[in-house]
Structures are given as structure tokens and as C-alpha cells.
Design a protein around this ligand. Structure first.
Ligand SMILES: [Zn+2]
Length: 411
């Protein structure tokens, strides 16, 4: 694999081609809704147009190229970061964030631009097909109405020690979560990891360390990516999230992860602000499912905005559930592993556990599901839906059952 200066990827002969094409992205409106294959002929131009419209948001193409990678100012910051005590760092970041001009786009904490793309794409298909209602494949298995996914990045040995308290809390609500570990930031007790795995939790890679290097330059990426791949392979880590969510979308697939969580739907407070506007999984690349985090991070609410995170978490979770999307939590045991913030996390879990008909799943299960659903085919014969799929949770539903499809929005 070769990384070119324009961020495109040259693939060695014989290697699997990871280049995205319009035809196979799985992110067009027809694939998003999973409409009957029998309806596809005649819609090709509309499908391609919807793919371009979705990609504008999903790959943050509304940002300038230089904003879709770590900035040069950040690179200077990381040179001095380790000399600044943590408390001082939080205070400086908080002042910087509160003085930062709010971008015109995306909105925060809720941005519905991509939902409009999905809705308007569907409206165009239905107009062309001259129909008021149609079958599609449900967004979640077995007719579930939304998804709830819990993830954590474990930044320090103190965070690692606090995992048990959070794990016990989640078990009390019958939930399990994923823990992402920075692989060279502190010594990892892999025996402890295996113990938590045996209880149903899962683990992913959170890069090597928070030094801003991984996506800084082609040279850095070429040096560090093989180390991440090797450690992830040795320890069975299938998911990835970039440290500090500093990222370059085109390079992530080269880490050979099955799914990624380095993007938010909207996060204007991160060192690399932006967002995919997506409250559903999508394909970052034909091989990688992206699972954007969709609730504001605990770190953002507590240390940057200095606000009680719970009201915002509940407000956003309610909004996502109302559209049937994916509530993906990113909370750190380092900040929420004890005291009042653990209490707030407990209240969030209580709220999430009470959402009617929600699918509680691990990131690996959601990524696998999104692939299976994308592979499945819906056919309608004599008005009756027929599903071709290896996954028995794939369920046909009428669009009139979906809040997102019923939503009237203007172009
Ligand atoms: Zn982190």
C-alpha cells in the first residue's frame, strides 16, 4: 500500500482494492433504506445523486481538505503537552473552546442535515415509483426500534483501574460495553482484559498513545500503523478509535480494523472539529463499518463546557431514539469512573435501559449487523415481502412504520 500526497491510496498488485466507488459504497439512499431490489431499475441516477449528497456529510467533505486532518498548530501543542499538568491542560482547553467561534455547520448537539438527505432521497424514489408506502428492511434486527451502544476509551492506569466499577454498574442494568485501549501509553494487564471479555465485554484499539502522531504525516502513519496492526492482531482487537479523534478518513482502512469509532455525528469541541451528521452506522470504506459516537463526550461536558452531562445526554438520546437511530455513548472511566460523574453515568444507563424496544449491542455486533443488512436482499412478489439473507433478524417493515420516513422535510 502506498499513501500519496493527495491522501489517495495506491494499492499493490494483487491486494484487495479498497478504493470507494459510487456503485459499491453502501451509503446511497437506496442502500440506507434497503428498498426492494425489484424497484431498483430506473432509479440508478437518483441513487448516484443520493450517494454524492450523503458522502458530502459522511466523509466531512463540507470541510476544507486541511480541516479533515490534524492541524499544524496541534502538532506544536503535542510537542509541549506532556510538560503541562493535566488540571492546567483542562483549564487551558476549556478557555480555548469557550472562546472558539461556533462554526456555522454542523449544528450541535443535534444536526439533521443527513437525515434530510435520506428522507429527500426516499421521497424522490417514491415519486418516481408513484407510491405512498413501500416495504424496506428494518434498520435494526428483529424489528427493534433503535440501537444503544456503550463505548469507553481508557486513557490512563487510573482509568484502567476504574473499569471494574463501571463494568459492574453496566452489568446491573444487563448491559455490556467496549473498552478501547491506547496500546503503548501504559502497561496493559491483558489478563484483566480476558477476565472482562469472559463477562461479555469487548476491547478495541485506541491507537498507541495520545501524542498526536498517528495521522500527522504519511511518514508517521507508515511507521506507526504496522505496530497497531500487529498488537491488535495479537490480542484480537477488531475495533479502532483514533486518539483524541484526530483522523484521516482515507487512511483508517489501512489499519485493517473491522469497524471504526473515530468520528462523531457532530462534535464541534474536539481538537479536529466536525462530524458525519450520521446517527446510523455507515461504510467508511467497503471493508470498514463506521460507528460514529452520537452522545456528547463526558470530557467535553465536564472539562471543556463545565456542565452537568446528564441533561444533555438524555436530551440527545431521546432525539436519536425518536428517529430510530443509534445512541452511541463515549464515556471515559478516567473522568466518570467515580463520584458524582459515576452517579450521572448510572442515571444515563437507567434511562437507556428503559427505552422501549431498543437493541442493546456491542460495537462488533452492530458492525456485523450493518454488513449483513447491506448484503441482504428484499424482493416483493405479489405485494408480499421476501427476504434473502443469512441473518434471521433481517425483517421487512413498511416505511409508514418509520418516523424518519414519515417526516415531512423541505429541500
Ligand atoms: Zn483518548
Amino acid at each position: 500500500m502506498e499513501l500519496n500526497t493527495d491522501n489517495s491510496v495506491s494499492v499493490a498488485a494483487g491486494a484487495v482494492c479498497r478504493q470507494r466507488t459510487l456503485a459499491n459504497s453502501g451509503n446511497d439512499a437506496f442502500s440506507f433504506w434497503k428498498l426492494p431490489e425489484t424497484c431498483r431499475p430506473g432509479l440508478e441516477a437518483l441513487i448516484e445523486e443520493s450517494e454524492r449528497n450523503a458522502r458530502h456529510y459522511l466523509l466531512e467533505e463540507y470541510l476544507e481538505e486541511r480541516q479533515r486532518q490534524p492541524s499544524s498548530i496541534l502538532n506544536h501543542y503535542y510537542r509541549f503537552k506532556r510538560f503541562i499538568p493535566e488540571g492546567v491542560r483542562h483549564r487551558l482547553n476549556s478557555i480555548a473552546i469557550r472562546n472558539r467561534r461556533r462554526p456555522a455547520f454542523p449544528d450541535w448537539p443535534c444536526e439533521d442535515a443527513l437525515l434530510r438527505v435520506w428522507r429527500l432521497g426516499l421521497a424522490a424514489f417514491m415519486e418516481r415509483l408513484e407510491t405512498q408506502d413501500m416495504w424496506h428492511l428494518g434498520f435494526w434486527p428483529n424489528g427493534k426500534s433503535c440501537a444503544v451502544v456503550l463505548t469507553h476509551d481508557v486513557e490512563s492506569p487510573q482509568g484502567f483501574a476504574a473499569m471494574e466499577r463501571m463494568a459492574e454498574l453496566e452489568e446491573r442494568y444487563g448491559m455490556r460495553s467496549a473498552w478501547n485501549l491506547p496500546l503503548e501509553q501504559y502497561p496493559i494487564d491483558w489478563k484483566r482484559v480476558d477476565e472482562l471479555r469472559a463477562r461479555g465485554f469487548e476491547f478495541g484499539a485506541h491507537g498507541l498513545r495520545h501524542d498526536g502522531r498517528l495521522f500527522r504525516s504519511e511518514q508517521d502513519f507508515k511507521t506507526l500503523a504496522p505496530r497497531i496492526r500487529r498488537i491488535a492482531r495479537d490480542h484480537g482487537l477488531k475495533g479502532f478509535r483514533a486518539p483524541s479523534t484526530l483522523r484521516r478518513a482515507q487512511w483508517i482502512a489501512q489499519l485493517e480494523c473491522e469497524f471504526d469509532g473515530s468520528f462523531a455525528d457532530t462534535d464541534i469541541f474536539e481538537p479536529q472539529p466536525g462530524g458525519t451528521c450520521s446517527i446510523f452506522p455507515f461504510f467508511l470504506d467497503p471493508t470498514v463499518v463506521e460507528l460514529p459516537y452520537t452522545l456528547p463526550q463526558d470530557h467535553t461536558m465536564i472539562h471543556l463546557l463545565r456542565r452537568d452531562p446528564l441533561p444533555m445526554w438524555i436530551r440527545k438520546a431521546r432525539w436519536i431514539a425518536s428517529w430510530g437511530g443509534m445512541i452511541l455513548v463515549l464515556v471515559h472511566p478516567d473522568y466518570c469512573g467515580k463520584g458524582a460523574y459515576l452517579e450521572a453515568y448510572s442515571k444515563l444507563l437507567e434511562y437507556l435501559s428503559q427505552i422501549d424496544n431498543a437493541w442493546h449491542a456491542l460495537p462488533s455486533q452492530v458492525a456485523q449487523w450493518w454488513r449483513e443488512r447491506n448484503r441482504a436482499e428484499l424482493h416483493v412478489i405479489d405485494g408480499q415481502p421476501m427476504v434473502r439473507s443469512d441473518h434471521d433478524g433481517v425483517t421487512p417493515r413498511l416505511l409508514s412504520q418509520e418516523a424518519l420516513a414519515r417526516w415531512e422535510c423541505r429541500a
